[in-house]
Design a binder for this molecule. Structure first.
Ligand code: IPM
Ligand code: MN
Length: 355
């Protein structure tokens, strides 16, 4: 197949890990006889520096015409003044909204060889396989905002339609897995959560009678994610709860550097694929960032946007082989003094060699 992949590397380690993901996708393309064409554009702080805005029109145009978007990370101390009129993160939020990417899939599957990197006991982690579906274009992230010298307001708003489509998508994923959906909300306090809960109650029994479902309050979910993570199959939740819970869930895998994500719209085409980690300014430019999340985001791109399942599995298997072989970057080596962590390049070399 022919596919145009937009590459928006962004800031900090985003550029380093995205370079390696592109390299792995090129190898997959060659191996399986596809023509992947890569085109790069600026986003985030890099775009603010070059063009004054975090999402220049050319970047949005490229992303809109591409078959899929591969993104690194945005942000950094240079642009993080809370009073700055433009911020790198706005570029990412605008892009998600403009492309209609309402569902953010964040799979959390700890690898047996990295259990020691997690602060959680290995016996709790064994067998964990969670898919978090985070609503991505609504809620408090996108509600009206205002600020005076003495007051600030962020509005949290959800429509029935916004809730229905993400719940249906999550329930469809659960149907193809262990057929269990946990809907996370704060219905004891928030009106948006009560609409969310009612919507789940009306969709699930009638449209997904074969999928069992439960409601869980977000504070309780935060606790259960750590105490009994094996009990979760698919979690569906609103934008900000999903943001917070997936950073927490990354600790089950041992590091944020391992978790990829897929942001999908109504038809799956033109999705956006990015690690859940940020730009990590403290280690940027040193060549030591963990590229596994970016490589695994490449695999999700193959699966969800290009519908190339065998190719996605091949890339995921290559990542698993490299991890099994002990090729671990600094964030995953328990005692850096005694073991020699692999560089970004060395990790990607091991993955590419295993494809
Ligand atoms: C994420 C990030 C973003 C978010 C930031 C960079 C805007 O934390 O993708 O999880 O909050 O959605
Ligand atoms: Mn986040």
């Amino acid at each position: 197949m022919k596919a145009l992949i937009a590459v928006l590397a962004g800031d900090g380690i985003g550029t380093e890990v995205t370079t390696e993901a592109v390299r792995a996708l090129e190898v997959i393309g060659t191996r399986f006889g596809h023509q992947f064409q890569f085109e790069s554009a600026l986003i985030g702080g890099a775009a603010i520096d070059a063009a004054g805005v975090p999402l220049p029109p050319q970047t949005l145009a490229l992303a809109a015409r591409a078959d899929a978007v591969l993104l690194g990370a945005v942000g950094g101390p240079r642009w993080s003044d809370p009073n700055a009129p433009v911020r790198p993160e706005q570029g990412l939020l605008q892009l998600r909204k403009a492309l209609g990417l309402f569902a953010n899939l964040r799979p959390v599957v700890p690898h047996p060889a990295t259990l020691a990197a997690s602060p959680i006991k290995p016996e709790i982690l064994r067998g964990v396989d969670i898919m978090v579906v985070r609503e991505l274009t609504g809620g408090i992230y996108f509600g009206d905002k205002s600020r005076t010298a003495t007051e600030a307001v962020d509005v949290c708003r959800y429509t029935l339609h916004e809730i229905e489509r993400v719940v249906r998508l999550a329930a469809g994923l659960a149907r193809a897995r262990r057929r269990k959906l946990t809907s996370v909300d704060k219905a004891n306090v928030l009106e948006t959560s009560r609409l969310w809960r009612n919507t789940v109650d009306s969709i699930m029994p009638s449209e997904f009678p074969d999928v069992s479902f439960e409601h869980m309050l977000v504070d309780s979910a935060a606790m259960h994610l750590i105490s009994r993570p094996r009990d979760f199959d698919v979690i569906v939740t609103e934008n900000m709860f999903g943001d917070i819970l997936t950073d927490e869930a990354s600790m089950l895998a041992g590091s944020m550097g391992l978790l990829p994500s897929a942001s999908l719209g109504a038809d799956g085409r033109g999705g956006l694929f990015e690690p859940i980690h940020g730009s990590a300014p403290d280690i940027a430019g040193k060549g030591i960032a963990n590229p596994y999340a970016a490589l695994l985001s490449g695999a999700l791109l193959l699966r969800y946007s290009l519908k190339l399942e065998a190719e996605a599995l091949a890339l995921e298997a290559a990542v698993a082989r490299a991890i099994d072989a002990g090729v671990l970057p600094a964030d995953l080596t328990a005692s850096p003094a005694s073991s020699r962590p692999a560089t970004t390049r060395a990790v990607a070399d091991a993955v590419v060699a295993a494809i």
